[in-house]
Design a protein around this ligand. Structure first.
Ligand SMILES: *Cc1c(COP(=O)(O)O)cnc(C)c1O
Length: 401
């Protein structure tokens, strides 16, 4: 017997749950890719993506996952030998740094480990030390999906300004856009990247790049540009073929149209508040489970530094992996593996997991995950404090008042 038969729930940090509305919008014949409907569609997507990023500047869409967008930023900003400063707060920051290094860019890394946010004072000091302004851009993840650390972007902007340094600020919002508060222009961000399969609720396959006028200007001399990744035609298309450097991703565009409509209907502020409340419910469950000295813990101790779209946690002694397996076979729930928290292939990595709560998620989905996890803890005799479900339910009740 398995109790998992029924609708399954992939609660990993991307691909996130796709709304039926999005899937239905994709279920149709392809349009003409040269003229007509497609032109209106492409222009409307760019217009509305900018509303989600809260920018008046430029937006380009790539047929790519998030990794490709790291490369898109690198090619459009740098020449071989130029320097990037990466503020790493987990695996994804290091990933962007690796891509840059492999492309011949000199990379300096400020590594804040796995539990701390990027520190503005250290950024300011690094930029002040760069007296001949070798550093062209500062890279940071808004929210590192491996550690679930959320970085304070305005504080980093302030540090760059305080140092009087011309470096551009480039932010990876792949896991946070349309989940966590992000304001590109108000926060002085020059470049932002995101992707379709997380907060934007569309299947994997589209990447989004936003660039300020300052970034576009700075990029004009970039020697690493290649024809497909060059952002110029995408940011400033003269005809529809230029938006995508070839055939349009027709069905992803229909899905994205629908998701952007859903985002507009709910409103960004409400979306941020929903993610905040659901995260708080999950954290309350963890507080109950870990009470009494059990080897269960959220990765990020300070709630103010935690992501609202994914939560990284530890269940010691390899129990994270046992719990994940139980949830898959008995509850129809798949949680994310631990990423970058220990060496892959070692027993230690089995003590980490991640719960995603990004995009198209609501109370019953998050409470369902929490209750399933609590059932798994009991079934597997994993020592834990009682009352996780009740604690989470109280948080939801409070937020609904
Ligand atoms: C998911 C993610 C990526 C990578 O995106 P892919 O689409 O898997 O290539 C990069 N950065 C962050 C912060 C992410 O969450």
């Amino acid at each position: 017997m398995s109790l998992a038969n029924g609708r399954t729930y992939l609660a990993i940090p991307g691909p996130s749950a796709m709304p039926d509305r999005v899937l239905r919008a994709m279920h149709r014949a392809a349009p003409n890719i040269y003229e007509g409907e497609i032109e209106v569609l492409a222009a409307g997507l760019v217009r509305d993506l900018k509303k989600v990023a809260l920018t008046k500047y430029h937006c380009g869409i790539y047929i790519s996952n998030g990794h490709g967008l790291w490369e898109a930023v690198n090619t459009n900003l740098f020449s071989r030998g130029d320097t990037a400063l990466v503020m790493a707060t987990g695996r994804f920051g290091h990933g962007w740094a690796d891509y840059a290094r492999q492309m011949g860019i000199t990379v300096e890394v400020l590594d804040f480990g796995l539990k701390a946010p990027a520190d503005a004072a250290q950024l300011e000091a690094a930029l002040r030390a760069d007296t001949d302004h070798k550093i062209k851009a500062v890279f940071v993840t808004h929210m590192d999906t491996a550690t679930s650390i959320r970085n304070d972007i305005p504080s980093l902007r302030a540090a760059i300004d305080a140092a009087g340094h011309p470096a551009l600020l480039a932010v990876d919002c792949i896991a946070s856009l349309a989940c966590d508060e992000f304001r590109m222009d108000d926060w002085g961000v020059d470049i932002m990247i995101s992707a379709s399969q997380k907060g934007l609720m569309v299947p994997p396959g589209l990447g989004f790049l936003f660039a300020s006028d300052k970034a576009v200007e700075a990029g004009k001399t970039a020697g690493l540009r290649t024809p497909y990744w060059d952002w110029t035609p995408r940011l400033f298309p003269k005809f529809v073929y230029e938006y995508f450097g070839g055939t349009s991703p027709t069905h992803h565009m229909f899905g994205l149209r629908e998701s952007l409509d859903m985002i507009a209907e709910e409103g960004l502020e409400n979306i941020w508040a929903r993610h905040a409340a659901l995260s708080e419910a999950l954290w309350a469950a963890f507080d109950a489970w870990s009470a009494g000295g059990h080897d269960i813990a959220l990765n990020v101790a300070d709630p103010a530094l935690r992501s609202h779209s994914v939560t990284a946690a530890r269940f010691g002694g390899g129990n994270a992996q046992r719990l994940r397996k139980w949830l898959e076979s008995e509850a129809g729930v798949t949680l994310g593996i631990g990423l970058g928290m220990a060496e892959p292939g070692t027993p230690e990595i089995d003590s980490f997991l991640r719960v995603a709560h990004m995009g198209h998620v609501n109370t019953h989905m998050v409470l369902g995950v929490i209750a399933s996890m609590e059932a798994g803890l009991q079934a597997l005799d994993i020592p834990h404090g009682a009352g996780g479900v009740a604690a989470a339910a109280s948080v939801i009740a409070r937020h609904s008042k």
